[in-house]
Design a protein around this ligand. Structure first.
Ligand SMILES: NC(=[NH2+])NCCC[C@H](N)C(=O)O
Ligand SMILES: [Mn+2]
Ligand SMILES: [Mn+2]
Length: 301
């Protein structure tokens, strides 16, 4: 990791989906000891506290078709984008704690102000490549990757005043096992690199990470890790709102983080979708913190 300072930004967002409790994710991750864990690795940690999130909108107030809480989500995205931009300018590594995955819209907007060719590793059971037209749910947490590619409603694509934030050839999705029809089409149309669970089984995590690192190394000027805890198997990470059976294991995930640490290519990260209400004794938040340990270079010997 190039930066010696890590700046933690909490985003208690739950408006990108309909299950309550994911707004408590940042607290749960702090409670699981993120600051101590990273301080032990000799980083200087600054905790910026939480971004302010607006109110849940009543369905009848919703101005646009199939985009729940659009206004509050886009306002929070603007705030988060400014904060991430500010943190990068201090030379610190932005570590964003979710909150649901809609927050990636703001994170990527802030990052894209600083990187012309930002790489993104999207570690997730889902593609999050929906738009209002393709979404089966109207939940914005199923849309952040599309929005960042410049696809979808202008209130989401236009955060921070420019679009797109990232290029499809700079994205690698790992762990996919639940894709909607429109998402499949978009993946094919844009030629996005996806390692589904089939590839995780067939190639193994070692080969997937070697390929991912090799692929992103020369084409990007920074790489963001967007890790949705539902990328892991629900057995290892039960505290998530949209669990999908048959996911990446705890050990495979550690290996992935360790290989990213060795590559020294990760310049920012976010850990999202931790929902302590659905969790078992803060297990999922603890898994998130353990994975952060590996990502930032923790070793047993
Ligand atoms: N970040 C997430 N957990 N996304 C889940 C999305 C689920 C589904 N594809 C949808 O659009 O509603
Ligand atoms: Mn997901
Ligand atoms: Mn996601």
């Amino acid at each position: 990791m190039a930066a010696e300072k890590i700046n933690i930004i909490g985003v208690p967002m739950d408006l990108g989906q309909t299950r309550r409790g994911v707004d408590m994710g940042p607290s749960a991750i702090r409670y699981a000891g993120v600051v101590e864990r990273l301080e032990n690795l000799h980083f200087t940690i600054e905790d910026s506290g939480d971004i302010k999130i607006g109110k849940r909108e009543k369905a009848m107030e919703e101005p646009l078709y199939n985009l729940k809480n659009l206004k509050a989500v886009s306002e929070a995205s603007e705030l988060l984008a400014s904060k991430v931009d500010e943190v990068i300018k201090t030379g610190a590594f932005p570590l964003v704690l979710g909150g649901d995955h809609s927050i990636a819209i703001g994170t990527l907007a802030g990052l894209a102000k600083n990187y012309k060719n930002l790489g993104v590793i999207w570690y997730d059971a889902h593609g999050d490549l929906n738009t209002a037209d393709t979404s089966p749910s109207g939940n914005i947490h199923g849309m952040p990757l599309a929005a960042s590619l410049g696809i979808g409603d202008e209130s989401l694509t236009g955060i921070a005043g420019f679009s797109p934030k990232i290029k499809p050839e700079n994205v690698v999705i790992i762990g996919a096992r639940s894709l909607d029809e429109g998402e499949r089409e978009l993946i094919k149309e844009k030629g996005i690199r996806v390692y589904t669970m089939h590839e995780v089984d067939r190639l193994g995590m070692t080969r997937i990470m070697e390929e991912t690192i090799e692929y992103l190394k020369d084409r990007t000027d920074g790489v963001h890790l967007s890790l949705d805890l539902d990328g892991l198997d629900p057995h290892d990470a039960p505290g998530v709102g949209t669990p999908v059976i048959g996911g990446i294991s705890y050990r495979e995930s550690h290996l992935a983080m360790e290989m990213l640490a060795e590559s020294e290519m990760i310049t920012s990260a976010e850990f999202v979708e931790v929902n302590p209400i659905l969790d078992e004794r803060n297990k999922t938040a603890s898994v998130a913190v353990a994975l952060m340990g590996s990502l930032f270079g923790e070793k047993l010997l």
